[in-house]
Write a protein that binds this ligand. Structure first.
Ligand SMILES: Nc1ncnc2c1ncn2[C@@H]1O[C@H](COP(=O)(O)OP(=O)(O)O)[C@@H](O)[C@H]1O
Ligand SMILES: [Mg+2]
Length: 383
């Protein structure tokens, strides 16, 4: 009789949970990390928390979720550290993992943290959600959760995003773009283009998030100041015609293998009238009661089906992978205009993306597991 060979227990996949970062959404990213560090299945994964300070330095940080939560008095922040985490080519037992993490400090020998199987980037905004980090990970041959370089870059840029969506046959609202050169060269011509959209308009940094730098402008005299504010976040500015409609969002999750992307039940964000006129930063993060998130959104069945189909099309239009949240305006005349795709959407347990999956039958811990599984099963490089 053959005795079965006793295999060594497989090593748990090592997940580098990466958060903080150089963008204006640093604190939001920390709050997301608090949620993920709390929920991730540690029986299944070996978790390495790495924070990116505002100056871009990577360091090993404490895994205690409480450190990264939102407290009423302070926003969480990754501190600067005397030690940095860097990636290097692995040798020894971790050689198969390709890359190992090293902790370095001035005047000391680098210490190895071992290999990394997959990176879970919980970063929002530039240098995290925009393809730059994704490019760095591709160069190092490290698997990671979420969209690749191009989809991340397109999803970060409210201008090119619209170009791609329109090219895929999705409906986008009227807009104008001011590049840095155009604004500095002839601001008056830019303002004229914006005013032709009619009022109100929304003036936005082209590549930001969390509503930062966005103004709702009702009068032509207020336009230039709103553009200057947006330009403190990004030299490229987009001005959009104000859309009257309900804000409907759908969570999209890549299908397994060759399956189509999966879409959640749609959710709705309703800002309480009076307090905030639109879904601004305060309504999103500070004033807890200001925005009501409901899922499933109260929509006729055919509209639910249509918005889910459009969300899947938007995901494929930009070539997204892993996860994305796709946001629409549902107008009184029944149109579904796409507002944006977020390739690394808010991901705290109470954020829309996880909530919509929870309402659709996939809980937070399982969602994290699914995303890591999708990332582990794909290659780096062209796919
Ligand atoms: N064109 C628009 N018409 C009406 N409301 C808008 C428009 N653009 C943005 N808003 C409001 O501003 C919020 C933030 O804008 P959005 O483009 O989604 O930026 P962010 O990427 O920061 O979330 C939206 O959720 C919505 O409430
Ligand atoms: Mg948005």
């Amino acid at each position: 009789m053959n005795t079965p060979a006793v295999a060594a227990p497989p090593r748990k996949p090592r997940v580098l949970v990466l958060f903080g970062g150089r963008s204006s959404e640093h604190a939001v990213s920390c709050v997301t990390a608090a949620g993920v560090l709390q929920a991730i299945d540690r029986q299944k994964y070996d978790v390495v928390p790495v924070g990116i300070a505002r100056n871009g330095q990577w360091s090993l940080v404490a895994a205690d979720p409480a450190l990264w939560s939102l407290r009423s008095d302070t926003l969480p922040e990754v501190p600067a550290s005397p030690e940095s985490v860097v990636m290097g080519t692995a040798s020894g037992p971790d050689a198969a993992a390709g890359q190992e993490l090293l902790v370095t400090a001035p005047n000391s020998v680098p210490r190895s943290l071992g290999g990394v199987d997959v990176v879970l980037p919980l970063l929002h905004g530039p240098f995290g959600e925009d393809g730059t980090l994704q490019g760095m990970l591709e160069m190092a041959d490290i698997r990671y959760v979420g969209a690749g370089v191009l989809a991340s870059a397109v999803g970060m840029d409210k201008h090119f995003m619209k170009v791609v969506f329109a090219g895929a046959g999705l409906d986008v609202g009227p807009y104008e773009v001011f590049t840095d050169r155009q604004w500095r060269g002839n601001a008056a011509a830019c303002l004229e283009r914006a005013a032709a959209l009619g009022f109100p308009v929304f003036v936005k940094p082209a590549r930001a998030g969390s509503s930062m730098g966005i103004s709702r402008v009702e009068r032509v005299e207020e336009l230039a100041a709103a553009v200057e504010l947006a330009r403190t976040f990004d030299p490229k500015v987009i001005v959009e015609a104000g859309i009257v409609g309900r804000e409907i969002e759908v969570a999209v999750l890549q299908g397994r293998g060759t399956a189509d992307p999966r879409t959640s039940l749609p959710g709705e964000v309703a800002v309480q009238p009076g307090d905030h006129e639109w879904y601004d930063f305060e309504a999103k993060y500070v004033d807890g009661g200001a925005a009501e998130l409901s899922c499933p959104a109260d929509l006729p069945d055919d509209v639910t089906a249509r918005v889910r189909t459009l969300a899947g099309q938007a995901f494929d239009a930009v070539g997204a992978e892993g996860l994305s949240r796709v946001d629409f305006f549902y107008t009184p005349s029944g149109e579904l205009l796409i507002n944006e795709i977020n390739t690394l959407p808010g991901f705290t347990p109470i954020s829309m993306y996880p909530q919509m999956w929870a309402k659709s039958g996939l809980g937070y811990t399982d969602l994290i597991d699914e995303l890591i599984g999708l990332a582990l099963s794909r290659n780096t490089g062209l796919r």
